[in-house]
Unconditional design. Structure first.
Length: 318
């Protein structure tokens, strides 16, 4: 076929002769423009290099704990319908409208220093329902009647901010990231690489620009230790494990902290609260595939907890 400028313009004209096509085209352009305006470019990401798996069985791992001095901190509260966090919550149950805790965790590795998992609410939540959330999140909070509050000090007031070596994230939902703003902009913040998707970026626009040191965990060559399909031995000594529990978000991670004072399983929002965990009600998730992953991840966490009852389970918001 001979392609000339004339034949090309004719083809374009034919394409737009149908009004439906013209409207769809305009909508696609508008969508791309909006996406370009609101989704920030990917932050500069570097890989957080994990150690090699030191041990391939949980019984043996738990028999070799490390002094981590794990602390569980409550840094905020959220009042909302808990059923909106479940895939299939029943109509009536006693704690359906009970307040949820916002949590952060701190541990000190004897060789690598002080780390946190999740940041919890930024200090601005002490006076404002929307705290330091970005524009989109503010609108979503307003529309959904969620009540956020902070009556305790924020994480940065509870730990020595400048000695923190890094912060691991369970996921990039803003109730877990908003407090990052109070930490030095060059402190490493580490999440599964799959968390830095368009949704993760859209709900963290301001933060991704302000904070400058983002790192990722790659589960590409992760080991599989039942009941988990993808696990990383973070420091290579069996002390801290990152367990991929995706579903609730694209790259959700739970952590096993193998502390000498007792191992702690930080589920994050792979299970928000006890009712969901004990009834095996998986958390809400975007899209059918993620919903399925969320159910698999919850099942893995529950069966791990059943198999190792000596491990303390810390659920995402309880
Ligand atoms: Zn979440």
């Amino acid at each position: 076929m001979h392609l000339s400028f004339q034949s090309l313009t004719d083809a374009v004209k034919r394409f737009f002769r149908r009004p439906v096509r013209a409207v769809l085209f305009a909508m696609a352009v508008a969508f791309l423009l909006l996406a370009w305006l609101f989704i920030p470019p990917s932050p500069a990401l570097t890989e957080f290099k994990v150690g090699t798996v030191s041990n391939k069985g949980w019984t043996s791992v738990l028999n070799h704990p490390v002094d981590l001095n794990v602390q569980v901190l409550r840094v905020g509260a959220i009042q909302m319908d808990r059923n909106s966090l479940l895939q299939q919550g029943p109509q009536d149950w006693s704690e359906r409208y009970a307040a949820l805790a916002v949590k952060a965790y701190v541990f000190e590795h004897p060789n690598y220093g002080l780390f946190a998992i999740d940041a919890g609410f930024h200090r601005s939540f002490a006076d404002q329902n929307e705290g330091n959330y970005n524009g989109l999140m503010r609108v979503m909070v307003k529309l959904s009647n969620i009540e956020n509050s902070l009556t305790t000090p924020a994480l940065d007031a509870l730990i020595p901010v400048n000695t923190l070596k890094g912060m691991f994230l369970t996921h990039l939902h803003p109730d877990h990231t908003s407090g990052i703003e109070s930490f030095p902009a060059d402190m490493p913040v580490i999440a599964d690489v799959r968390e830095y998707d368009w949704l993760g970026k859209l709900i963290n626009t301001d933060l991704l620009e302000k904070h400058r040191h983002w790192q990722y965990l790659s589960f590409e060559h992760a080991a599989s230790i039942a009941p988990f399909n993808e696990v990383l031995d973070v420091f290579g000594d069996g002390s801290v494990w990152a367990l991929s529990t995706r579903g609730h978000s694209a790259g959700h991670v739970s952590y096993l902290l193998n502390d000498t004072k007792g191992a702690v399983l930080v589920t994050g929002d792979a299970s928000h609260f006890g009712f969901g965990f004990h009834q095996r009600l998986a958390p809400a998730a975007p899209g059918e595939t993620n919903k399925q992953f969320a159910r698999q991840s919850l099942n893995a966490l529950v069966s791990f907890a059943e198999q190792f009852p000596q491990v303390r389970v810390e659920l995402g918001h309880e």
